[in-house]
Structures are given as C-alpha cells and as structure tokens.
Design a protein around this ligand. Structure first.
Ligand SMILES: C[S@@+](CC[C@H](N)C(=O)[O-])C[C@H]1O[C@@H](n2cnc3c(N)ncnc32)[C@H](O)[C@@H]1O
Length: 279
C-alpha cells in the first residue's frame, strides 16, 4: 500500500526538474482524492487505493512531460473563482487580475453599465466582473466556439446570469456606441518569441497567445474598434506585454482616444493601458 506521504515523495522525485514540484504534486493529488490540501497534511499515512494511485501516477507522468497542471486538473482559480479550463482556453493568469481591478476602480459601481470582454477564453475577466457587479450587463466574445463552451459552462456553474456570450470577431456582435467599457486581454506575443515554445506556454493555443510580427496586431484591432462601440465617455482597458505600454498608448491616441494612462502590475511593469472616448 502506498500512503499519501509516500505518493507525494515519489511524485516530488519524478518532478524534481520543475521549480514547483511540491505544489504540483499536492495539487494533482488533491484533484485525484477530491480533498483539500489540509487533508494531505492531516492524514499522511492514509493509503491510496489502486485506482487513485494509478490515476495519480499517470497525472504525475503527464506533468513530468510538461503538461500544465491546470490542463491536467481542468481547473484554475481566477479572482478567487474556481474556473474550468480546457486545452482550447488560455490558462488565466494572476497578471490579468490587474485589468479587472482597474476596470472596477474606474467605472461607477452603482450604475447599470454595459461592458464587453473581447476574447474571453475561459470567461475569466467577464466572470470576475459579473461576479463583482451583478447589475452590470457583461458581453463576452471569442472567435473560438470551444472557448465559449467552457466560458458558458463556468457562468452556469457559478450562477452568473448577467453575461451574454457571442462567437465571433472581437466587437462585431455589439451595436455602435453601446458600451460603457471595452476590456480585453488579447494575444500580444510576437510570433517569433522563443517563450512560445517553452514551459507550460507551449501547450496553450497559439491563437490565444501570438499576434503578428510584433505582437501588436490584435491590440491595434481593438484600439481601432473602440471609437465605434464605446458610448461617449466610455473607456477601453487593454492588457499587454510588459514592454508594450508605449506602443499601445500610441495606438489608442492614433485611434482618437484620450485620457491615456498605463497601470503597473505587482512587479512594477506597465501591463494595462486605458483610454477614454471624449469626442
Ligand atoms: C490571451 S487569451 C485571453 C483569454 C481570457 N480573456 C483570459 O484573460 O484568460 C485571448 C483570447 O482571444 C481570443 N481571440 C483571438 N483572436 C480573436 C478575435 N479576432 N476575435 C475574438 N476573439 C479572439 C482567443 O481565442 C483567446 O481566447
């Protein structure tokens, strides 16, 4: 019989080349047992049955080969919401919480606003906004029907009824001048960036990550769409790469937007840029 402590020890040895071996092993075992981390620490001598051990061993082996833990468990937390993810969706990043924070900070909390999350993936941003502001109408688009299946499923599981999902190109499904805010975390990595073939990122959909030679193609499309879809005084907030703030601010300015500013993440990098339609 293999105990919880022995299974974790063996997994840590197998995953020794990962800098998150301990955490990965624990998350995978929690997933197999359907128990919280406290259970692993409270019952280290409890035996795994054969089915549990086989499933855990297979998951650890897949992780050793590089598969992201979120795809193996089908889950990732974002904005303290437990989200389902699949190999069709980007794995939501903590960095993107800055976009949610700034959207909540800039828009009035007490008005019934209309906000579009363009390129919603697993629904992360739309779900966080819908959860925080139940009286806002959130629209969420993605050109990937597979992403929208996951995003819709997350909304249903979380009981969030104030999101309308659309399959298609960024803002195409929304009428002119109907939005108080357009928010997006679009693909923004340059096509030839070597990070695309490293680590967990190489398992994520390329269509969710890269955007042309300099990574700016999709940011440019969104900046160009803003004047059409925003109401007067509406806002656009875009996540981008940590070295792209200057280019993104120029795109916003070139497309007729004003009150342009960028916000820094916890590492001090400008990761979100904002502008307003004032004309
Ligand atoms: C970087 S991912 C962000 C996913 C999610 N918003 C998040 O933060 O986790 C970009 C998303 O944009 C979608 N996308 C890419 N091009 C698009 C387009 N032209 N129109 C709509 N969605 C698009 C991709 O399918 C992907 O889900």
């Amino acid at each position: 019989m293999t105990s919880i402590a022995q299974a974790l020890q063996q997994a840590r040895e197998q995953l020794q080349h990962s800098d998150s071996a301990q955490l990965d092993a624990e998350v995978l075992l929690m997933h197999v047992l359907g128990k919280p981390r406290s259970h692993l620490h409270a019952w280290p001598e409890a035996p795994l049955d054969t089915g549990q051990l086989n499933r855990f061993t297979a998951l650890v082996e897949a992780r050793r080969k590089g598969q992201p833990v979120a795809y193996l468990t089908g889950q990732r937390e974002f904005w303290s919401l437990p989200l389902e993810v699949s190999e069709h969706t980007l794995i939501p990043r903590p960095d993107t919480e800055l976009l949610v924070e700034q959207t909540l900070a800039l828009l009035p909390a007490d008005k019934p606003l209309q906000v579009l999350d363009a390129g919603t993936g697993s629904g992360a941003i739309a779900l966080a906004l819908a959860h925080e502001r139940p009286h806002w109408q959130i629209f969420a688009s993605d050109r990937s029907p597979e992403c929208l299946v996951v995003a819709r499923h997350n909304a249903t599981r979380l009981g969030l009824g104030n999101i309308h999902f659309f399959t298609g190109h960024w803002c195409d499904a929304v009428a002119d001048q109907c939005l108080d805010a357009l928010v997006s975390n679009p693909p923004y990595i340059a096509e030839q960036d070597p990070h695309l073939v490293e680590g967990d990122v190489r398992f994520e959909p390329r269509s969710a990550l890269s955007a042309g030679m300099d990574g700016l193609d999709d940011l440019e499309q969104l900046a160009a769409a803003a004047m059409r879809v925003l109401k007067p005084a509406g806002r656009i907030l875009l996540e981008h790469g940590f070295e792209q703030a200057k280019e993104v601010c120029n795109l916003l300015k070139d497309n007729g937007l004003s009150e342009i500013s960028s916000f820094r993440d916890l590492a001090g990098h400008e990761r979100v840029s904002h502008a307003r339609k004032t004309t």
